[in-house]
Design a protein around this ligand. Structure first.
Ligand code: DC
Length: 226
């Protein structure tokens, strides 16, 4: 028997394939996909635009109050709206990515975005991905997945993506950056990236996207959802 509203939480480090898989899974299940990283990125963009010193916690806390972040869907694709402006096309840069990793350590930033995420999950069935979804945002999610992959595999995936786009890059430097990002996400004081006790670990290092998708679908079906 399917439940009326359900939540699927997918957490894991950057580059493990969370968003690709979460999107596919949401489509297969006919529910919305919520990318919480995009919200932290929109907040980081706001801080960058305001010229806030990201290491100044009081300034970040004070500034986040005036950032109104919401999401909308266009043909099923999540759009992030920052104070009325659709910033979805502006948040995928390395600069915003690095800034998001720094501003997301701030408790006021987190409180604000977690509130929005909980609200969304209370309204509709969804697949939500991030770092703290199974542990903090949706501790009662019907399904929790922790999707990981080795740093070497994640670096190679990123390297291949950049090369395909015609960008010059260095594999060792990408892996070093991934390791540094993991450290920051896992060691921060509030809501560090960690596997929830009741989350199912899926290591995608040696799996194709299709294999991961099938694995997650079978987990969801076992729980009687979808
Ligand atoms: O998944 P992403 O790369 O778009 O996330 C951007 C940053 O936001 C990343 O450094 C970790 C942070 N983040 C977070 O702290 N909590 C979440 N639920 C999602 C992302």
């Amino acid at each position: 028997m399917s439940k009326e509203i359900f939540s699927i939480a997918i957490d894991g480090p950057a580059g493990a394939g969370k968003s690709t898989i979460a999107k596919l899974l949401a489509k297969r299940l006919g529910v919305i996909y919520v990318d919480t990283g995009a919200m932290y990125r929109a907040m980081a963009l706001y801080m960058l635009r305001k010229g806030v010193d990201l290491s100044d916690a009081a300034a970040v806390s004070a500034t986040c109050v005036s950032a109104d972040i919401t999401i909308a869907f266009e043909e099923g694709v999540q759009q992030v709206i920052l104070n009325g402006e659709n910033v979805s096309g502006l948040i995928r840069t390395e600069e915003v990515s690095a800034a998001a990793s720094k501003t997301s350590v701030n408790p006021d930033v987190r409180a604000k975005l977690v509130e929005l995420q909980k609200k969304l999950a209370g309204e509709k069935s969804l697949v939500m991905d991030g770092r703290d979804i199974g542990t903090v945002v949706l501790p009662k999610a019907e399904v929790k997945i922790y999707l990981s992959a080795s740093s070497a595999v994640r670096a190679k995936r990123r390297y291949d993506e950049l090369i395909a786009k015609g960008e010059e890059c260095d594999l060792a430097a990408i892996e070093a950056e991934i390791i540094e990002r993991d450290e920051r996400d896992m060691k921060r004081e509030i809501s560090p990236l960690k596997q929830a006790e009741d989350a199912i670990l899926v290591d995608s290092s040696d799996m194709s996207i299709e294999e991961v998708e099938e694995k997650l679908l079978s987990i969801v079906k076992e729980k009687g959802l979808g």
